[in-house]
Design a protein around this ligand. Structure first.
Ligand SMILES: [Zn+2]
Ligand SMILES: [Zn+2]
Ligand SMILES: [Zn+2]
Ligand SMILES: [Zn+2]
Length: 580
């Protein structure tokens, strides 16, 4: 084990013997940023939901398009149809490698002259305001999703139908305001739930049907506020609550949030895992410091939002799956092998420092390449030439590194410097997971974009909306509603919002009141319901006298609940005794 000082935050971090073995296996030098700074740097290149309108830069296109690139950025932004078509050639933008300039300088010059896809989508149908929404249909304002239909205002969801306001949810239908849940049907306002049906306000419940306001339940029905009721009594009490009333829902939310504080919190939210640390894990094996990962994720470290399968992956996510031997990648997978420092790279092997490349192999420093092999900075080479040149470039990256405005040095083995990112820090998911103030972000050398409040003329304030959805008429879709926060919060408030007809239909179908906050404020509220992607060593808080311990349990664990948190945190064995 070795202790090193992070180039970025100047704190010490450890590199374990197993890490050195991994770096040796993929032939990269050990990192110079600590794990957290590495993740934040990578995320500063990932914009999931800050969308803008700008004019399409494709030749003789002049329509406006929805894009993740701010109109002020000097980039060539084109619509997806043009980008995926073959009327342009990515090789036209290539250049020979120039040994008089650092690699990252040459790469960003290529990035600035080549057409970029306005939104990162493939096979999205009737889903214009959706970004990184693969195979999505008839949806609006969803991002980082896969196979989603008729859903709205959600982030990081997979195989979801007819739902809204979800965050980290998969395989669910008719759900609303759920956080980190899966396999649910008509389950609302719930957190850390699995396989629940027709339920409201559940925390850490699995296999529950017709339950309301409950915590830590397994396979129960007709429970209300953690009390077992008969079927008829349950139905009677539920029918007394108008769940389409904003006042009723707000009161239940408050009671539920107080109740959650009293619930037993398993030290980590995990299902069927083997020898792993992290939070929100299902089915993973031999992983360290992984978050929001489910499937056959094995032998991996510092990985988040990983799905289906992955093996030997370090410092990667969000959006990885079906890949092996990956390092510092996001939005990369589906049959990938040995990809390093890539984003939006699919079905490709042996790729380094690439963006938006598909079905290719042996690329170095490429952008927008599809179905090609042996290319450097978008120039094709013979296999032999490529194999001679790439080691020379790596050598050059060591001797002529890129140095940023804060004197941080980027040699071969580092991810792209944040200062070259086309996004401001607060447009990216770095702000979701490692929030900074404007001052803090600028001090660390990030770009920052001040909140531009939409200059709408608000026609109705959220506080004047009808209390119950039952009295809302179709004309509500014509109104511009003023968010309750009115841009005065520290959230991503856009001050005003609208209700679309599809959204209104969904609210009627699942029976919920109109939202009172804009999408940005709602998303930030959901983010606060999750734990950070950090771990602390803590001791079990159980003092139950009928367990194997005398006095308080002394079991220690790695948990994403910071030591100052008020929740009651149990180790796995005490949790099992009490809940399962
Ligand atoms: Zn650091
Ligand atoms: Zn707002
Ligand atoms: Zn314990
Ligand atoms: Zn105990």
């Amino acid at each position: 084990m070795e202790t090193r000082t992070c180039q970025n935050c100047k704190t010490d971090f450890q590199i374990e013997p197993e890490d050195f073995l991994f770096y040796e296996k993929i032939k990269v030098p050990p990192p110079t940023f600590c794990p957290e700074c590495r993740t934040a740097r990578r995320l500063s290149w990932r914009n999931e939901m800050s969308l803008y309108k700008r004019t399409c830069d494709a030749p003789s296109h002049d329509e406006s398009l929805i894009t993740i690139y701010h109109p002020d950025t000097k980039l060539q932004v084109v619509d997806s149809k043009y980008w995926w078509g073959d009327s342009w050639d990515p090789f036209d933008y290539g250049a020979p490698y120039d040994f008089s300039k650092p690699f990252f300088q040459q790469w960003i010059e290529l990035f600035r002259r080549i057409p970029l896809q306005g939104l990162s989508n493939s096979n999205a149908t009737n889903s214009d305001y959706c970004n990184i929404a693969e195979e999505s249909r008839d949806s609006y304002m969803i991002s980082a999703t896969w196979k989603v239909e008729r859903s709205f205002y959600s982030n990081r969801i997979m195989e979801v139908k007819d739902s809204s306001d979800l965050y980290v949810v998969h395989d669910s239908e008719l759900c609303y305001e759920d956080v980190i849940s899966s396999d649910c049907y008509h389950t609302l306002y719930s957190v850390n739930c699995k396989s629940c049906v027709d339920s409201y306000f559940l925390y850490d419940c699995h296999g529950c049907t017709n339950c309301f306001g409950c915590t830590n339940l397994r396979n129960q029905s007709y429970c209300m506020w953690n009390e077992q009721l008969g079927k008829e009594e349950y139905i009677r009490r539920i029918s007394e609550l108008d769940m389409s009333s904003y006042a009723v829902v707000s009161e239940c939310k408050q009671r539920f949030s107080d109740m959650c504080m009293q619930a037993i919190h398993r030290f980590a939210n995990q299902i069927k895992i083997v020898n792993s640390t992290g939070d929100n894990l299902e089915g993973v094996k031999n992983t360290r410091m992984c978050f929001d990962a489910s499937g056959q994720i094995e032998d991996s470290k510092f990985v988040h939002w990983a799905k289906v399968s992955a093996k030997d992956v370090y410092d990667s996510g969000p959006g990885i799956g079906m890949g092996e031997m990956m390092y510092e990648v996001f939005d990369t997978g589906i049959g990938n092998f040995r990809n390093l420092f890539t984003s939006v790279v699919y079905s490709s092997n042996e790729i380094e420092y690439a963006f938006n490349c598909h079905g290719s192999s042996n690329l170095f420093g490429c952008i927008g390449i599809r179905g090609k092999n042996y290319c450097i900075l978008n120039r094709p080479y013979e296999k032999e030439e490529y194999e001679l040149l790439v080691p020379k470039i790596k050598e050059h990256m060591m001797t002529m590194p890129y140095v940023d405005a804060k004197d941080r040095v980027y040699r071969y083995g580092e991810f792209f410097p944040s200062e070259l990112s086309p996004f401001a820090y607060n447009e990216t998911v770095a702000q979701d997971y490692f929030p900074l103030s404007k001052f803090g972000a600028v001090e660390r050398g990030h770009l920052w974009r001040d909140k531009t409040l939409q200059n709408y003329t608000v026609t109705i304030s959220a506080k004047d909306l009808p209390d119950s959805l039952t009295t809302v008429s179709d004309t509500i879709t014509k109104e511009i509603i003023g968010c309750l926060h009115n841009g005065e919060c520290s959230d991503r408030c856009s001050r005003a919002y609208r209700i679309t007809a599809d959204e209104l239909n969904l609210y009627r179908r699942i029976g919920v009141p109109l939202p009172r906050l804009c999408f940005g404020c709602r998303h930030d509220e959901r983010l606060r319901k999750r734990n950070p992607m950090k771990l602390w060593s803590r001791t079990c808080m159980c003092t139950q006298s009928n367990h194997d311990h005398t006095g308080s349990c002394q079991t220690t664990f790695e948990t994403a609940y910071a030591p100052e948190r008020k929740e009651i945190i149990y180790c796995e064995s005490c949790y099992q005794r009490e809940v399962l």
